[in-house]
Ligand binder design. Structure first.
Ligand code: 1HE
Length: 260
């Protein structure tokens, strides 16, 4: 059952998931975080989709943690709250299908943590990135300390949290937050085009990119080479890989197909 603040629309092989709490700038309440977890873990696998788009309704992608719920917590409760976010965003990163985030407006705090758990980020020119945790006297807790340095480096993240620095869309793209920068209002359409293209890949290739590549990239080289060899052997043994290679050799592949 999809959460009241989440819209789910199936467009052919792509699930379009929209944070739908515009009045609160799509702030992530505990209930909304649990709703995302349930959607990625239980609902999406049943839809048979092969890729997803995640965007936000209204003027902003996401204002992060719902600050109205940030009540007095003891250390144990704080730990469990952060682990709840981890469990949910792990379902986004290591869920059933690649997720393309379509960004606009504020991508801040936990909103940036959520965007970082996606596999590709498309930002329109209204996008800005910030980590207000630094000025609110708190720390990231939704996996940002792990995922954000992998996008932009620990030095930039440290600067953002220490000084409150805000990156605009152009600087953000150069820094590595987003892979695509598009005119205002065009992020969701571009993300849908990319997701549709991704959905055409062999499922094992997408699986390898989501589940094997990030792990291989963290392994010492010797182990990484070995894991890569295992994944390569599994992927190329699939019937779909064989038929795709055969189509190329027979000249029946659609040539010159460009990414949208
Ligand atoms: C919120 C939230 C929120 C807006 N929690 N209610 N995140 C932040 O520190 C960012 C806080 N938000 C903002 O800086 C701004 O709202 C925005 C730049 C995102 C958007 O500005 P604007 O002018 O379009 O909206 P607004 O007037 O500030 O807010 C509209 C309403 O949304 C207002 O409620 P209203 O009832 O008065 O209309 C705001 O209170 C509400 N709202 N953002 C709750 N975040 C796992 S740890 C993660 C830690 C974090 O994410 S910390 C960073 C939290």
């Amino acid at each position: 059952m999809t959460h009241k603040d989440i819209l789910l629309e199936i467009q052919g092989p792509v699930a379009v998931i929209r944070l739908n709490r515009a009045a609160k700038r799509n702030a992530l309440s505990d209930s909304l975080i649990l709703g995302l977890r349930e959607l990625f873990e239980l609902e999406l696998p049943q839809t048979g989709v092969r890729a997803a788009v995640l965007d936000g309704a209204g003027e902003h992608f996401c204002a992060g943690l719902d600050l109205s719920e940030l009540k007095e917590r003891d250390a144990g409760q704080g730990l469990h709250h952060s682990r709840m976010w981890h469990a949910a965003l792990e379902q986004v990163q290591y869920g059933p299908v690649p997720v393309v985030a379509a960004l606009h407006g504020a991508v801040v705090g936990g909103g940036l943590e959520l965007a970082s758990a996606c596999h590709i980020r498309v930002a329109d020119e209204s996008t800005f990135y910030a980590l207000p945790e630094g000025s609110r006297g708190i720390f990231v807790g939704g996996g940002g300390a792990v995922r954000i340095p992998r996008l932009i480096g620990a030095a930039r993240m440290t600067d953002m949290m220490l000084t409150g620095r805000v990156y605009n869309a152009h600087d953000g793209e150069r820094a590595g937050f987003a892979q695509y920068l598009v005119p205002p209002g065009e992020a969701s359409a571009r993300a849908l085009g990319l997701a549709t293209r991704i959905a055409e890949n062999a499922p094992l290739t997408n699986y390898a990119l989501m589940h094997a590549l990030p792990r291989i990239a963290e392994q010492p080289a010797d182990q990484g080479f070995f894991t890569e060899a295992l994944m390569a052997a599994i992927a190329q043994s699939a019937p779909e890989a064989k038929s795709r290679v055969k189509a190329f050799l027979d000249g029946t592949t659609v040539k010159g197909k460009k990414a949208p």
